[in-house]
Write a protein that binds this ligand. Structure first.
Ligand code: HEC
Length: 194
């Protein structure tokens, strides 16, 4: 009795399945025929759609442009009056990954030439600015009166401390630069911080 019932159910399922497959196949054939017949009509219909899409894309581009407004005259004036404004309000750091283009303001240090010390301003920007621009970890801030008591110690001491390290000040700013280059950087800081 149980077997009979099962066979019956199975055959019902099979019939249903076959029916579904057949009707789907019929539909598919039908729609292919329709498509073939309406080929010309469809092309005619698509053309205005494409034009519409193009308009939409144009509008989107226009919108994106508007999202980044041009600096107003007031802002331009502010930037002109305070040249350091942008760097002062810029974030200190940015995360970017290996192999990724990074739009961070890294000042790339020109490679060292044997027997030639690179200029102080370049060295400062590439190495020392990290701490001395913002006064990180208690570093005397570039271009401020922070430097008065330091300068009072005398250049020899400052050179020595910059070359060999001094408390949180890492030796040579943590970079692989020559004594003369450290001195150039110190001279540059001093010249800009009197
Ligand atoms: C990692 C942060 C950092 C970097 C990078 C750095 N400094 Fe400093 N620097 C400091 C700190 C902090 C102090 C203050 C140390 C103290 O007074 O205890 C300091 C102090 C100094 C002083 C004064 C030393 C003294 O005797 O008062 C000089 C000069 C100096 N740095 C030069 C440089 C130069 C040149 C570079 C780049 C080549 C540089 N620093 C890079 C953190 C840094």
């Amino acid at each position: 009795m149980m077997t009979m019932k099962r066979i019956l159910m199975l055959s019902v399922a099979a019939t249903l399945a076959i029916f579904t497959i057949t009707s789907q196949a019929e539909e598919a054939v039908k729609s292919t025929e329709d498509a073939a017949k309406g080929g010309e009509v469809m092309t005619a219909e698509t053309t205005p759609n494409t034009a519409d899409d193009k308009n939409k894309t144009d509008a989107a581009t226009e919108q994106a442009k508007q999202d980044v407004p041009e600096d107003s005259d007031q802002v331009k004036k502010l930037i002109a009056l305070h040249p350091k404004l942008i760097s002062r309000i810029a974030p200190y750091g940015k995360v970017c990954f290996d192999g990724e283009e990074c739009d961070i303001n890294i000042t790339v240090l020109a490679p060292a030439v044997e027997g030639e010390a690179r200029p102080g301003d370049m060295l400062y920007k590439a190495i020392c600015a990290t701490c001395h621009d913002a006064g990180l970890v208690g570093a005397p801030k570039f271009g401020t009166a922070d430097w008065a008591p330091r300068i009072a110690k005398g250049k020899a001491t400052l050179y020595n401390h910059a070359i060999n390290g001094f408390n949180a000040m890492p030796a040579r700013g943590g970079a692989d630069i020559s004594d003369d280059e450290v001195k150039n950087a110190v001279d540059y800081i001093i010249s800009q911080s009197q």
